[in-house]
Design a protein around this ligand. Sequence first.
Ligand code: FAD
Length: 464
Amino acid sequence: MEACFVVIGGGIAGVTCAENLSLLEPKKTVILLSESSLIKSVTNLHAITKVLTEFDIKEIECEKFSSEHPNVTIVHSTLTEINDEERYIVTHDNKVIKYQYLCICTGAEPKLIPQSSTFPQIIGIRDTDSVDQFLNKMQDAKKVVIVGNGGIASELVYKMRNVEIHWVIKDKYITATFVDPGAAEFFQSSLNKNDEFEEPVSKRMRYVEDNFIKTGAALGPDWYKNIIISGAGNQKVSVAAVNIHYESEVLSIRKLTDCQFSLEVLLTTEEKIECDLVISATGVTPRKSFKIKNELEVSKDGGIQVNEFMKTNLPFIYAAGDVCSANWPLAKHWFQMKLWTQARQMGCYAAKCMVGHLNNEEILQDFCFEMFAHSTKLFGYKVILLGLYNGQKLGNDYEILIRMTKGHEFIKFVLENNKLQGAVLIGETDLEEMAENLILNQIDLSPYGDDILNPDIDIEDYFD
Ligand SMILES: Cc1cc2nc3c(=O)[nH]c(=O)nc-3n(C[C@H](O)[C@H](O)[C@H](O)COP(=O)(O)OP(=O)(O)OC[C@H]3O[C@@H](n4cnc5c(N)ncnc54)[C@H](O)[C@@H]3O)c2cc1C
């Protein structure tokens, strides 16, 4: 087989890349190599501001995708080898596919705590299969330990019902990947879950694939919306008790016999927790389970390094999404985070770059790399993160302005030399467009002082 463009990976980055290649070069052949017969497709994309977008992820059948993009052929298989000198790839079932341009979008896999290799009761969450496995194990669980302090751990703690939760975090406050202690306190009240247990529409996340390897792409936004994450606690409708273990990590785990619970987790604080299940949500590592003739340059975290054109160090090979590591002089207000927003943006931009190089056209870097922007939901609240929202890159020389109404909104502005560098907007604040403009335009805010967050003043009037 051969194609002008070969894209590896049926996740958001790979599918967006193939889609854009098909749109930009409808007459050239594109092969998308996917391990699964369902691929991730972005739908309902809408721009909230210039750089902030919202979208849903749909799992669609490969056949549907190919029928909508006639020059894209989807091959079900796993990449095992790349020959970057003769420009072909080999799959696990010995298909050889020649390429002119190759884009690696193989994503990442959960970085589980080391004890996971010994105990099947320790699991990670990445794709629909791992969620199925997790839900099965939850059915019998009365007490679980969640390790990690990022988005997945936070959402799990919030969504779980009928189970005693022990949340082990190495920081001094919850959800540290996304917020600071102030916002963490704002969220904390959401953990007193007295809300009724809403029955979701359907319990299954998707129809079952029988014939193909099922492990695959990371889940999409709202992955937990249609599932019940319920343990074997005896309250029918309820409330999971959350015990937070701050500044602690898992030291060791041992198997228990003759006990109600199957594991005992020992923390660095010397606390011991007996439990049925441990969920390890401790980050991801790039997935590179293939051989390659010449070495790909990788960053410290194992990500394939790409330049400002999403190109690796090897000729004609690009990479995008969770598997890659941005290795160009970054704009002041942008940094990389392994998120679906960036996976989509990178997949789309990698396609533009490959097409640009094919046609010898000049490529201008996409505007989305000017400023970090992410929209998500945490603890039931809308959360928008803009620019250097946690003072990243700013050292100690910056100011923070905060406005908070408990249970309603939390707004944080990060200022350096009276110019807005980043913002955290939780709740329906309606400030995203203004905050984005202030960051991008670097307007001097000293004339407005603290009024910039005064709720009695409509700040947008200032800038009209
Ligand atoms: C539970 C969960 C919750 C998350 N929550 C959020 C959130 O709230 N907000 C957010 O922005 N992000 C979130 N993320 C992260 C986000 O999902 C990822 O950053 C994004 O999906 C990465 O997309 P990707 O295409 O790079 O990788 P993936 O989605 O991992 O796709 C990689 C694809 O490559 C395939 N592949 C791998 N190796 C091979 C091979 N050798 N041969 C062929 N195919 C291969 C895989 O099967 C897969 O289809 C979450 C992730 C998880 C797991």
